[in-house]
Design a protein around this ligand. Structure first.
Ligand SMILES: Cc1cc2nc3c(=O)[nH]c(=O)nc-3n(C[C@H](O)[C@H](O)[C@H](O)COP(=O)(O)OP(=O)(O)OC[C@H]3O[C@@H](n4cnc5c(N)ncnc54)[C@H](O)[C@@H]3O)c2cc1C
Ligand SMILES: *[C@@H]1O[C@H](CO)[C@@H](O)[C@H](O)[C@H]1NC(C)=O
Ligand SMILES: *[C@@H]1O[C@H](CO)[C@@H](O)[C@H](O)[C@H]1NC(C)=O
Ligand SMILES: *[C@@H]1O[C@H](CO)[C@@H](O)[C@H](O)[C@H]1NC(C)=O
Length: 526
């Protein structure tokens, strides 16, 4: 006992020293809206999530940054940090303060999103896998900078997992079902069975994207927690003789706990002469970013009229094209047990990257968990939309994904469910669970179709609503207004293969570097 305590002290001391000697420190964080009210910043980032944190860290190298997050701090919160409580945050939700906010899409499918610094990387499975080369090519990104940005993320928050017995057995199940080749540990998105990275370290501690803030200039980031952005402040210049220009000047925000109706404001620095301006950047996620644009008067005119929101810019793509990858999950255990929760560590990538299969142990209550194997369709074609339900920014917008609406998706689902069944009924898994061979009968196509129709659920990779080419341009600037960008999962037309978190962390870093380069190259007087 004494001996192990001593060892623990040494480890803690060592870790502390290591981070201390690298000069890493978290930026200033406050939940006091008055401290930020009326202040000016070079950049204002709305949403301290998966993409917002690496973006803020990067921009702080040259500029002053305000990062506004509606939730609280992840530090010291066991629901976020402790792997033994993985999945518990999804069971403990309330309307305005829990770290996970639940929502039910109009399709009737239950879903979640993060509401804490670190965003959905603080409540998710932590499985880390890069996008495929084809995805990077389609996005038109600079391959070299993409690689550097992934590496920047990986050196800080990504770990090689030590496989649990269940993950090893699942791996055998995938191989037995023919998901080949075996690629071992790899961060690349390639066909076959592999072990991915994880944001959980091997001491069982989660590293959210908030940890990436330590890589920034702590003196130039202010993190405002527990504050919800209501809308963007615009200024329209209509001086005679000049072209009219609508530009984002700042943000309006309220306390997230609803204890006061007072609206506060923060502004972008307005450079004298004609030096370049900074931006307001929305990184509020696939539900949050389109919601804030709509609340700010940017979106389909008719929809804004229904809520008496003054029109700033008619932009019909806002909230359109929402997509969630359809998922089918099979429980392989016969009944709930009290196994410790396990995030996914292994993945099967099959059928030309079209199907993704993972397994874990998911808690269903505080002393019971189940063992699902879940598969997603990587490139569905059905799409839906997002609309406001209220003008309160703390309420969920309404969202509909139209899962499996198109025949193509339904046909793929049947094929995927068949593969899923082959994995779930593999001998390796049957042996592990002590099941008898006669239970191996496979379902008919009709049965699989029914399974898809009645059991479709989320893999939590929903995206869209501010898609590139319809709401933002290739520089992530919102069309027709200046000083306003959106950088997060709402800009994706398709989910990047396996799991989006890696690519969203990368994107925050990548776009931050691009902005720094553009500003360094820009002549200071145009
Ligand atoms: C349960 C679950 C499990 C998942 N598992 C995995 C996995 O294992 N691997 C993987 O790669 N992906 C996984 N994902 C998906 C992945 O986590 C998300 O796609 C990704 O984190 C989204 O990043 P984002 O930056 O777009 O948004 P988010 O990370 O959600 O960030 C948005 C942030 O904006 C804040 N915000 C929103 N509105 C406002 C406002 N008005 N004012 C102020 N702040 C606001 C939110 O609180 C949040 O912090 C999972 C997701 C969930 C929900
Ligand atoms: C913060 O950024 C500003 C640019 O707006 C810069 O002038 C200032 O020196 C930076 N401050 C620190 C402490 O790095
Ligand atoms: C911020 O919000 C979180 C979640 O609601 C809460 O636990 C925390 O106490 C709040 N912090 C402050 C300083 O208000
Ligand atoms: C969980 O606790 C409840 C109530 O204490 C008990 O009835 C149930 O059997 C427990 N479940 C498991 C899987 O241990």
């Amino acid at each position: 006992m004494l001996h192990s305590l001593g060892l623990l002290t040494i480890i803690v001391y060592f870790q502390f020293n290591l981070s201390f000697s690298q000069g890493n420190e978290l930026p200033y964080m406050t939940s006091d809206v008055k401290e930020v009210s009326g202040k000016l910043f070079d950049y204002i980032i709305v949403g301290g999530g998966t993409t917002g944190c690496p973006l803020a860290a990067t921009l702080s190298q040259d500029f002053s940054v305000l990062l506004v997050e509606r939730g609280g701090s992840p530090y010291g919160n066991p629901l976020v940090i402790d792997k033994r409580y993985y999945g518990f945050s999804l069971l403990q939700t309330d309307e305005f303060s829990s770290v996970a906010q639940s929502f039910i899409s109009k399709d009737g499918v239950k879903n979640h999103r993060g509401r804490v610094l670190g965003g959905s990387s603080a409540i998710n499975g932590g499985f880390y896998s890069r996008a495929s080369d084809a995805f990077v090519e389609r996005a038109g990104w600079d391959e070299e900078l993409v690689k550097e940005s992934y590496e920047w993320v990986e050196s800080r928050v990504v770990f090689t997992p030590e496989l649990t017995p269940w993950q090893i057995v699942f791996e055998f199940g995938l191989l037995e079902a023919g998901i080949l080749p075996y690629n071992g540990y790899s961060l690349e998105h390639i066909e076959g069975t592999k072990v991915g990275g994880s944001v959980f370290d091997n001491w069982g501690k989660r590293h959210t994207s908030a940890d990436l803030l330590e890589a920034g200039n702590p003196k130039n980031i202010t993190v405002l927690l527990n504050a919800t952005v209501k809308n963007i402040i615009f200024h329209t210049n209509d001086d005679a003789g000049k072209e009219t220009e609508t530009r984002a000047w700042g943000i309006r925000f309220i306390k997230s706990d609803g204890s006061s109706n007072k609206i506060h404001e923060a502004y972008l620095h307005r450079p004298k002469n004609s030096s370049p301006w900074g931006d307001v950047i929305l990184s509020s996620g696939a539900l949050g970013s389109p919601q804030i644009l709509l609340l700010s008067g940017i979106g389909p005119q008719e929809h804004l009229k229904d809520f008496d929101i003054p029109l700033i810019q008619h932009l019909k793509g806002v909230g359109q094209g929402m997509q969630d990858n359809p998922c089918i999950a099979l429980l392989v255990d016969k009944m709930p047990m009290n196994r410790l929760p396990e995030p996914p560590q292994v993945v099967g990538i099959a059928d030309g990257l079209r199907f993704i299969i993972e397994a874990g142990v998911a808690p269903i209550s505080f002393n019971a968990s189940r063992m699902p194997i879940a598969a997603k369709i990587a490139f569905p074609v059905s799409r839906g939309k997002l609309e406001l339900q209220s003008t309160d920014p703390r309420q969920n917008p309404s969202v509909e994904f139209n899962y499996l609406e198109k025949d193509k998706d339904m046909n793929q689902c049947v094929k995927m469910a068949e593969l899923l069944e082959r994995v779930a009924k593999s001998e390796s898994i049957a042996l592990f669970l002590g099941l008898k061979p006669q239970e191996k009968l496979m379902s008919s196509t009709d049965e699989l179709r029914k399974l898809c129709k009645n059991n479709v659920r989320t893999y939590y990779h929903y995206h869209g609503g501010c898609a590139i080419g319809s709401v933002v341009d290739d520089d992530y600037k919102v069309y027709s207004v200046n000083g306003l960008k959106v950088i997060d999962g709402s800009t994706f037309q398709e989910s990047p293969g396996t799991n989006p978190m890696a690519t969203l962390m990368m994107l925050g870093r990548y776009q931050g570097i691009k902005l720094l380069r553009q500003r360094r190259d820009a002549p200071s007087n145009l």
